[in-house]
Design a protein around this ligand. Structure first.
Ligand SMILES: [Zn+2]
Length: 252
C-alpha cells in the first residue's frame, strides 16, 4: 500500500458500521477518490469535522491496489467552508455542485480543473447569485468531462448558427432552423441565451463570473441544461429535486 497525500474536497459521506465513514473526495492530484475514515463518528467533536461536506483538506491515505476504497489515515483542514453550511441557499447549491461532480466523474481520473472549479464555486457562492454559479459550474464541468453540448455550428448540416438557434437535448447541441424542423425535442433558443451559453463555454471562469447576470437568458439556460443533464444521467439528482421543490417557497 502506497501512502498518498493530496488536497481534496469532501463531496459525499456515507456511514459505515457504527463509527466509520465512507468519504468521497475530489482531489487535486488523483481526481475522485473514495476512502474509509475509521472511528470518526464516535469522536465527532475531534475528527468528524474533517469530513463535513464541502470541507477542503489535506488528506493522507493508504492506496489499496486491489480496491477503489482506500484507507484515510489523516486529514488537516485547509478551509472548512463553514459559511456554506449556515444558509439554506448555499447548502442547496454546494450540495448540487458536489453531487454533480460525483455523478459526472470517474474514480481516479485526474482533473485539476474540476478541483479548481469546486474551489472557486465554493468561494464565490456566498457572494454571487447561486443560479449564475450553477450554470457556470454545469458548463465548465461538462466541458471538462467531454460532454459539453455542441455549440459552434448546426450539428447536422454544419451551417453557421449566428443568432437564432435551436437546442436539441437528444442530439446534444445546436441546430439551424431548417434542421430543427423534423426534430420533436428541438427548442428555440433566444439570441441572448445562445450568446451567454457560448460566452460561458469559451471564457475563463473568472471572466464569466465578472459578466453581469441577466435573469431571462439565465432562466432559459437553466431549463436547457437541466433537461440535457437529465437526459445524460441515469436519474434526477437528489440535490436538484430538493432545489426545485423548495424554489416555490424560498428565494434561492
Ligand atoms: Zn442545419
Amino acid at each position: 500500500m502506497a501512502i498518498r497525500k493530496t488536497e481534496a474536497f469532501v463531496i459525499k459521506t456515507v456511514p459505515l458500521r457504527s463509527s466509520s465513514l465512507i468519504v468521497t473526495l475530489f482531489s487535486r492530484e488523483f481526481g475522485k477518490i473514495k476512502g474509509v475514515a475509521k472511528g470518526v463518528r464516535k469522536e465527532r467533536e475531534m475528527r468528524g469535522a474533517f469530513f463535513e461536506l464541502f470541507t477542503h483538506a489535506d488528506i493522507v491515505f493508504y492506496e489499496k491496489t486491489r480496491s477503489d476504497l482506500h484507507l484515510i489515515s489523516d486529514a488537516a483542514i485547509i478551509d472548512s467552508f463553514d459559511v456554506l453550511r449556515t444558509r439554506l441557499n448555499t447548502i442547496v447549491y454546494a450540495s448540487y455542485f458536489a453531487e454533480l461532480t460525483d455523478v459526472l466523474t470517474e474514480i481516479q481520473d485526474p482533473h485539476a480543473e474540476i478541483f479548481e472549479l469546486l474551489e472557486v464555486s465554493f468561494r464565490y457562492l456566498p457572494a454571487l447569485p447561486g443560479e449564475k454559479i450553477a450554470r457556470l459550474f454545469e458548463i465548465k464541468l461538462l466541458n471538462e468531462v467531454g460532454l459539453l453540448p455542441h455549440l459552434d455550428s448546426c450539428l447536422q448540416c454544419r451551417a453557421a448558427v449566428p443568432e437564432r438557434g435551436f437546442f436539441s437535448v437528444s442530439q446534444g447541441g445546436i441546430l439551424c432552423a431548417a434542421c430543427s424542423r423534423g426534430l420533436g425535442d428541438a427548442k428555440p433558443l433566444s439570441p441572448e441565451a445562445l450568446r451567454q451559453l457560448r460566452f460561458y463555454a469559451s471564457s475563463s471562469l473568472e471572466d464569466s463570473l465578472k459578466k453581469p447576470f441577466s435573469a431571462a437568458p439565465e432562466q432559459e439556460l437553466m431549463k436547457i441544461l437541466e433537461s440535457f443533464l437529465l437526459y445524460r444521467l441515469s436519474g434526477p439528482l437528489k440535490s436538484r429535486q430538493f432545489m426545485n421543490a423548495i424554489r416555490e417557497s424560498v428565494t434561492l
